[in-house]
Design a protein around this ligand. Structure first.
Ligand code: BES
Ligand code: MN
Ligand code: ZN
Length: 499
């Protein structure tokens, strides 16, 4: 576990293996770096003057054995143009610094980077974001390569500052929250990165059980098998799992941190451990990425991890319907009609629109908790990727205040989301000649018609839907889970617990 502390005073006097100092483009030095440079006889300023360090945001350069310092190394980090010093380049600089430190045997480092103004990044967020970024930068994928694993980073202690005495308590709180979010981030990415032949529905249930074992006083787990799912009459969920030989699971996690009887926040995560499309089979290109189709489920398990780590005074329920979507002799076929747990009938016109089917039964199940709010998280539509790309998660809701709360949390946590208009118009596109509704409504507005489908199962609940199809993972050379939207969701839960 990384140790975090704050520092204040003269940066050049800090005791650590390495001082992390910022440089602006054009060679200008922030105040903290000037203190270090002065003690070191002007070596940094001389280097900057020669133009050997461009100081673009995220550039790094390790210097060793500068005179006049207790630290044996100085890591210079480019902070871009001084005028542009906002949270984004600051985050990039911290990330780059941790990545560079992780390649060395440096065990302790003191961050003395220039900080954005307090309205952008106060002491609490300085600490929390540093802890979150550190966890993200040190994350190593749980790969199944047979060669020797690279040596773990030596980094074990980080000093962050300058933070005045008046800000110490806020920073400590920030470190605690950020470290917990970091644990959640690792949980989420580990689960999502695993291949579908390892991370099956039963494996996710096992992960939930293990988590509950670590928090026996506050966290309860229940796992419904296929028979129990049948007893709940989850006809939509069962229609999706039909084509697969892998048994489905419905996971219920309950964190009891709030007052007994106070209405919980219910989180629902899409847990398709592999989405072939079913009989409406997908095209081969990039089909392997459909192992990430359980990222919503991983987010929910990660959120319960964060809540448990922090012992948040809030009741939180996590619901995870999880199965595979496969073609097969018994698989659901286009045109098949099933009855959802809510009693509504659904004509399944496209078996590749399976996420909304398993979620609809889980959202109905959420009612029994009389929730204060229900939020589902799902890699639900390619249309959401077309609309928002990889930058914003999509938010839709039947309650504008809840949607705005999520958007606001995303902005604060630098894990952004954007609201799409879930007006009644979209639900009309789901009309069917043979059942209460169809599960698809054509190409136009696809992210929102998917939301509208879910909306038919959440009447009377305060409900929001997050489509993370574009944000949950990266493709190409950097293929892997991003850990989004755990920061956003953690912020939401931390705020709700503070009320
Ligand atoms: N899991 C996919 C959505 C998806 C697509 C996630 C691309 C990440 C990247 C979902 O189950 C799906 O197949 N949705 C269909 C819905 C369509 C048939 C209405 C889609 O988006 O094409
Ligand atoms: Mn699909
Ligand atoms: Zn899917």
């Amino acid at each position: 576990m990384m140790k975090f502390e704050v520092w204040n005073g003269d940066a050049s006097r800090l005791r650590a293996d390495c001082l992390v100092a910022g440089v602006f483009e054009g060679g200008e030095l922030p105040d903290e770096t000037r203190q270090i440079d002065k003690a070191a006889g002007g070596r940094i300023a001389a280097l900057a003057r020669r133009g050997d360090f461009a100081a673009r945001s995220g550039d790094t350069l390790l210097l060793t054995d500068l005179p006049g310092l207790r630290a044996s190394r100085v890591l210079l980090v480019g902070q871009g143009k001084r005028a542009d010093l906002g949270r984004k380049p600051w985050r990039r600089a911290v990330h780059a610094a941790v990545v560079a430190l992780a390649k060395t045997r440096i065990a302790s480092a003191a961050f003395a980077l220039a900080r954005p103004v307090a309205s952008e990044l106060d002491d609490y967020w300085l600490a929390r974001a540093t802890a979150e970024i550190t966890a993200a930068a040190l994350y190593r994928v749980n790969d199944l390569k047979s060669g020797r694993k690279p040596r773990a980073a030596a980094l074990a202690r980080l000093l962050v500052g300058p933070v005045a005495a008046s800000g110490t308590a806020a920073a400590k709180r920030g470190f605690g929250h950020g470290a917990a979010v970091g644990v959640g981030l690792g949980t989420l990415r580990d689960l999502a990165n695993l291949p579908s032949n390892v991370c099956t529905p039963s494996y996710l249930a096992g992960a939930a059980r293990k988590l509950a074992q670590r928090h026996p006083k506050t966290l309860r787990v229940r796992v419904l098998d296929e028979r129990a799912i049948r007893r709940e009459r989850m006809g939509c969920f069962l229609a999706v799992t039909r084509g697969s030989d892998e048994p489905p699971r419905f996971i219920v996690l309950e964190h009891r941190g709030g007052k007994a009887g106070s209405a919980p926040v219910v989180l629902v995560g899409k847990g398709i451990t592999f989405d072939t499309g079913g009989i409406s089979l997908k095209d081969p290109p990039a089909m392997d990425e459909m192992k990430f189709d359980m990222s919503g489920a991983a987010t929910v398990i990660a959120a319960l991890t964060v809540v448990s780590e922090l012992a948040l005074p809030l009741n939180v329920v996590g619901l995870v319907p999880t199965c595979e979507n496969m073609p097969g002799g018994r698989a659901t076929k286009p045109g098949d009609i099933v009855t959802s747990a809510s009693g509504q009938t659904v004509e399944i016109l496209n078996t590749d629109a399976e996420g909304r089917l398993i979620l609809s039964d889980a959202l109905h199940y959420a009612r029994r908790f009389k929730p204060a709010a229900v939020i589902d998280i799902a890699t639900l539509t390619g249309a959401c990727v077309v609309a928002l790309g990889a930058h914003h998660s999509g938010v839709m809701a039947n309650d504008d205040a809840l949607a705005q709360e999520l958007v606001d949390c995303g902005r604060r946590a630098d894990d952004r989301a954007w609201q799409l208009p879930l007006t009644e118009d979209y639900a009309e596109q789901l009309k069917s000649n043979f059942a209460d509704m169809a599960n698809v409504a054509g190409r136009d507005g696809g992210a929102i018609t998917a939301g509208a489908f879910l909306g038919k199962f959440t009447k009377g609940l305060k409900w929001a839907h997050m489509d993370i199809a574009g944000t949950a993972y990266l493709s190409g050379a950097q293929k892997g889970s991003t850990g989004r939207p755990i920061s956003l969701l953690s912020e939401f839960l931390i705020r709700r617990a503070a009320h």
